[in-house]
Design a protein around this ligand. Sequence first.
Ligand code: MRU
Length: 339
Amino acid sequence: MRTIELKGKDVVLIDQTRLPRELRLIKCKNAEEVARAIERMQVRGAPALAAAAAMALAVTALRSRARTKSQLLQELKRAANRVKRTRLTAVNLFVGLKRTLDAAQAAPSTERARSAVVREARRIAEEDIRVNKKIGENGARLLKSGDVVLTHCNAGALATIDYGTALGVIRAAWRKGKHISVIATETRPLLQGARLTAWELKREGIPVTVITDSMVGDCFRKRMIDSVLVGADRIAANGDTANKIGTYSIAVLAREHRVPFYVVAPTSTIDFSMRSGKEIPIEQRSAEEVAFIGRTRIVPKGVKVLNPAFDVTPARLITAIVTENGIVNPGELKSLSGR
Ligand code: MRU
C-alpha cells in the first residue's frame, strides 16, 4: 500500500492522524486540500512531503482550465506558494515543488506542461521507493542478527511513499533473515513512534517495544540498545541534521554510551545551500499539541508551552549518514554529489 498516490484527478492519502485506530484514505481535489492535509499531519515525513507537494501541483494542472502556458504557470506558482507555507523544515517539500515547477516551465506548450507536471509528480513517487530500497540495501550491513535498534518518530513507509528510510534499513535486514528487534520512542507530542512506527513494524512481524521518550537514557544505561537509526528532515552541508524533536538528546546519550548513531536519508534531504545546522529553519507548532492529550487539558491554562517540531543534531555526534549512494561520514557529504 502506498502512503500517497495520484489517482485520476485526486491525491489519495492514508490519514495518518487516524492510525492505529483505523486505516482510512482521504481524497484531496486541489492544492488547498493537500496543504490542509499537510498542516493537520494527515500526511507527514520528509519524503512523503516531497510527493504531496508535487502531487498538489499535479492536481492543480489536471483540473486547470488555463488556455495558455503562462496562465497555467501562474496557477501552479500560486498553488506552490500555498504549499510552501505549510511546513518549513523538511527540505524535500521544497524540492518536490521545484522539480514539478521546473518541469512545467521547460515544456513547450500548455498541454505538454500539464502532462510534464503529472509525470514529474509520479516520477518523484517512483524514485522514492527505488531510493529507499537502495538505502535499505546499503544500511542492512550495519545490523547483525540479534541487534536491538532504537528509532525515534516515524521514518518508515508512512513517512515516504513506501518502504521507509530508517525503517527501510531495518526491513531490509529483517528480510535478509537477520533477527532485529526495535525499540520505538513514543515521540511526544504527536506520538508518531507509538502510533505509526509500532503499527508498521507489527504489520511486518518485526518485534517492537514502545517506550516513553523519557526512558531512552535508562535503556542505554542498561545496555539494551546496539544502534540508533533515525531519519532526517534536512541535512546541512556540514552534516548537521534536523530531525524530530528529541533526536539530539538521543544522539548525546548514544555518544555517552558508545552506541553508533546513524542518520538514514535520501541524498535529496541534503541541503548544500545551508552551511551548518544553524541555518535550518525550525517549525514551531501550536501549544495545544503539548497542552492537551486528546480533548483533555494536561497543562494549566495560561502556562507557557514550547513546541518546536524538530531539533538539530551536530555532525560530530553522527557516526555515519546512510544514503542511496553509500554510507558516508557526515563530514564528507560533498563526496556524494559525484557518485
Ligand atoms: O513531524 P513529522 O512527523 O513530519 O516528522 C518526521 C520526522 O522527523 C522523520 O524522522 C523525518 O521526516 C524523516 S522521514 C523518512
